[in-house]
Design a protein around this ligand. Sequence first.
Ligand SMILES: [Mn+2]
Length: 356
Amino acid sequence: MEKNESRIRNLRQKMVELGLDAIYITSAENHLYVTGFDNPDGYVFLTQNNAFMFADPRYIEAAKAEASPLCTPLEKPDLAKIVNDEGIKVVGYEDRRLTCSGFERLKSTLGDKIEYKGIGDVLTEIRSFKTRDEIENIIAAQRISEGAFHHICKVLNYDMTEIEVAAELEYYMKKHGSSKPSFDTICVSGSASSRPHGVPRPVKLEKGFLTMDYGAMVNGYHSDMTRTVVIGKADEDMKRLYNTVLKAQLEAEAAVREGVRNRDVDGIARNIIYSAGYEGKFGHGLGHGVGLEIHELPVLNSRVDENMTLKTGQVVTVEPGIYIEGLYGCRIEDMMLVTENGGELLTDCPKELIEL
Ligand SMILES: [Mn+2]
């Protein structure tokens, strides 16, 4: 319970800094972060005195049993009364997540005497710094994913479809302790491997690259990993492409540390790929934070604020790729923990070219 106590305390301190009397939390991830209880349809109304947690009859029993004792589970919310009782005048809300209709509902419940302030990235920035127990959950999820990779390398055969390979990965992960896939598994072979976020097809594996991008979940925390293997044999062009992606990844990983500019880490990988003759073939950013959400802060790309630097305690992916439309593509992705002395690799899985 200690972790929720410090989270709520930090958030209340932040509320003081921002001039907020309450925060209305509606996103599932922030709900879980604050209360320790996962309710995708619940919300939290955090004040300086109380942490009200609203749960409908589907969730109320579990909410009472599992949420932090610092939270007060309520089945029938009366926000207007709470606001009146506590003299609340300024309410923060998740402007990046709350829908327009949800915001209108809040305003019609609380009335127009309240001042409403979007909290922007306040909570997601706090969440980008991981405590040890959060890192342990991410690592536990990652170990399950790695087991799935070794498993698929053993059982894969040429009669399997992309969807079957994805299903095998997901089945393995669930059997080994993942609550659900971290996101829809990407499993694309041959000509479809040029699609960074391609959808697995009901067709037998094509010869050539097979890119698998997937993850497991433990206690609400995600893992994220991509490995590209070769179905059959790689020709010289494929080897050159693969080794360029790998070099870009290794050099970017070596640069990860407290204080490095986010855009410079992206730039290291991008320069290697572009100067090897693949200019413009690496269309996405180098990486992103991972935690209660699969994509969260911080971001590694060329567009982020030039003063933004990586900080100790953040977890980021490093995932360069090269994609040649109509031909093939390849991506390799690890997760790293940022420390003062460098990046600590959270992923432990082979990266040499594997031909199956
Ligand atoms: Mn990723």
